[in-house]
Design a protein around this ligand. Structure first.
Ligand code: HEC
Length: 144
């Protein structure tokens, strides 16, 4: 009886193990403090993106530009500059991951410039480069 229970449990867990093994993303080890900072920053990025799309939809290009520059753009870089090393996510990122992050900041600033100039086509292109950076990083790396 007991044995049958264990076998059933193993059978139930097997698909989970298979899913875990299929996760091809690179694991990046970070101290808990750095991960907590990264998560807080990520939630802010998501809110910023939401604000940007809302502002664009309502034709408030200046507001979209401000949100992008302040919250994701080059102006938002170095948020953890004065934190202890164990609370600085960037210090624990492999070079390529860090490059994706920098590219995201630069693209958000390019978006801000284009949006401020009222160039809708160009601003959407830059915004897609921003979301592309979110996607590339999330598809390539994991921290847990
Ligand atoms: C350089 C890599 C990188 C980039 C670029 C990046 N992320 Fe992330 N993101 C991560 C990692 C790593 C995690 C997992 C953090 C953890 O829990 O340890 C994460 C987690 C998140 C989460 C989940 C937070 C939670 O509650 O656990 C959200 C939401 C998110 N990112 C949004 C975004 C958005 C939106 C963008 C683009 C504007 C973006 N990220 C760009 C690396 C990145």
């Amino acid at each position: 009886m007991r044995r049958a229970g264990l076998v059933a449990l193993a059978a139930a867990l097997l698909p989970l193990a298979a899913v875990a093994a299929e996760d091809g993303r690179q694991f990046v080890a970070m101290p808990a403090e750095a991960r907590a900072e990264l998560r807080a920053e990520m939630i802010d990025f998501q809110s910023a993106l939401h604000q940007i799309v809302a502002a664009l939809g309502e034709g408030r290009h200046g507001d979209a530009a401000d949100a992008a520059e302040k919250q994701i753009g080059v102006s938002a870089m170095g948020r953890h500059r004065h934190a202890a090393p164990n609370a600085r996510p960037g210090m624990h990122m492999p070079a390529e991951m860090h490059a994706i992050a920098r590219g995201m900041h630069v693209s958000a600033s390019e978006f801000a410039k284009a949006a401020r100039a009222g160039d809708v086509a160009k601003s959407l292109q830059s915004l897609q480069t921003v979301t592309g950076a979110c996607v590339s990083c999330h598809r390539a790396y994991r921290t847990q």
